[in-house]
Design a protein around this ligand. Sequence first.
Ligand code: ADP
Ligand code: MG
Length: 624
Amino acid sequence: MAEFTGNPTYRRKMIPAELGLLTSEDLFHHSFGCAAIGMALVSLDGRFLMVNTTLCNLIGFTDDELVGRHYGEFSYPDDLEIDLQLQKQTLLGDRRSFQLEKRYVHQDGSLIWGILSVSLVRDLEGAPLYFVSQFQDITERKRIEQKLEESRLRYLSLLKHNPDIICTLDETGKLVTINPATRRITGYTKQELIGKTLLPIVMPEQWQQVKNMFFQAQQGLIGHAEIQVIHKQGHLLILEVSVVPMIIHNQASGIYVIAKDITKRKRNEVMIDELHTKNQLILNAVSDGIFGIDEQLGTIFWNEAAKRLTGYTYDEMVGKNPFLILTQACEAEQSMGLTSQLPLYRSMLEGAHDYDSNEIFYKKNGDPFPVEYMSSPIYDHGRIVGVVITFKDIKERQKTEEMLRKSDKLSVVGQIAAGVAHEIRNPLTSLKGFTQFLQSGAVNKKEYYEIMLSELNRIELIITEMLVLAKPQMVNFQPKSLEMILNSVVILLETQANMSNIQFTMGIQEDLARVLCEENQLKQSFINLIKNAMEAMQDGGQIDIVLRAEGSRHVQIVIKDQGEGMPEDVLARLGEPFYTTKDKGTGLGIMITNKIIEDHNGHLLVESKEGEGTVVSVTLPVHQ
Ligand code: ADP
Ligand code: MG
């Protein structure tokens, strides 16, 4: 009979009476077969000789499946090597027994963790017989241990990689742990911080606040505040700090301080505020109305001038489409696409910088006023997110222009009046002479009357032209023949030309289409141009006036003189109001002419060579 290699003293002890009735088989059955711990007898070469039910249940194989097989077949390969080695050492007598944590592979593939205790049974001579191994399942404990380890690692990595300061304080407020971000943000080393309070690095005026937060946390309350902290290098940091009680087993046992560095954000906020204020100042300082609209066409800003010019306040416009309000257009018009050609929409859709000099806005009180406005897209990262519109009330300017036009016209009238008066005096003298003749009963009456009539006609013509020019401007566009207009202008100026020894030649193409125009305005512009030509020829000469078709859609009037011409600097400044080289000039003629031609959708071109003369061409669209 084999014996256990246990403590030999046990063998000498008496078997208690209650067990006396049991056979050794019963004993074995109870202590091995029914043991709550997995047990096996294992041959010296590692095969299972006998296994108990607990072990079978633990690793999911039946008695039959296990007995006769090597335990290595059921062990987790990583754990096998050490098991085999310990077994070998035991066999060699280096140790009497061994214990290790190992895993078996359950029949379903899962791993079963256990503590394996193995001892060697020898016969009386000490020759090894078999191993007795016990296997205690610790899978559940291992699982919990692993979970704990995982959560510990998670916590550590959270601390380590968190960009914010996370530190713990003990009940007296001294730092116990800090994470790497704490060092990075404050510039202090671990040694400089651990075991001290945070106060030395906080701005003194906030000490009380920090202390209060700490005391509150000790009462279990979480506190938040913006705290100014001094970096080791001396500069100021703004931290968004949370102080959180650390509750373990329902007891506050320390404090977490979590802090985010918001210095940059704060600085940006201040900068944005300043920028905003500056923008607002600029927006409100300019005299032009400025407003912005977003992609939904709602007002996003509205400056003081816009308010002054329209009477609407920002509050009244915010979120609304200012354009519909200012032009009194209705949504229907907009949705029908009638307004899609507006600069505003072109800026929004195509990114165009557009301009409109001919729009009417309505004030809050209903008064209309003429405006000129610019619209430009607002970009954000390359995308159009809105439109900004700058507008001007041009009523005053229009008035000034009108006044200038009138004043120039009056001066032209004044200048020609002298020539005209001279011219009228001649026929009047002859009329007077003939009347005296007739009075004295002279003969050849018919011939006299004819001459008198023609003189009277001439006077009438001149007077009519004078009246036409003196009439107030009424913008009334009508199709007119340019030939007729040019002829009447030439008649008006001829007398003065004669006095200056200037001849006109007229080259007029026949049957030209008519031009949609305001006759008086066109007359005035031709008078201005021809008078300039005359004034450039102090010694007299010839002025060629040509009227011809220019393509199928335009007509052109060319006035060519043989005058002194213009040097380049004069040519460059042509059209500037009040720019004149003449003693009695107004410097308004070209400007007004240009404006009139533009109003007629035409074009004025001046070419000149000093000492040779000037060619002025006016191109106008024909009336279709
Ligand atoms: P003003 O005739 O009152 O000087 P304008 O605007 O008509 O004003 O002309 C401006 C200037 O342009 C003139 O002073 C003159 O120097 C120059 N100029 C205009 N037309 C001619 C021309 N045909 N030949 C030479 N100079 C001209
Ligand atoms: Mg002039």
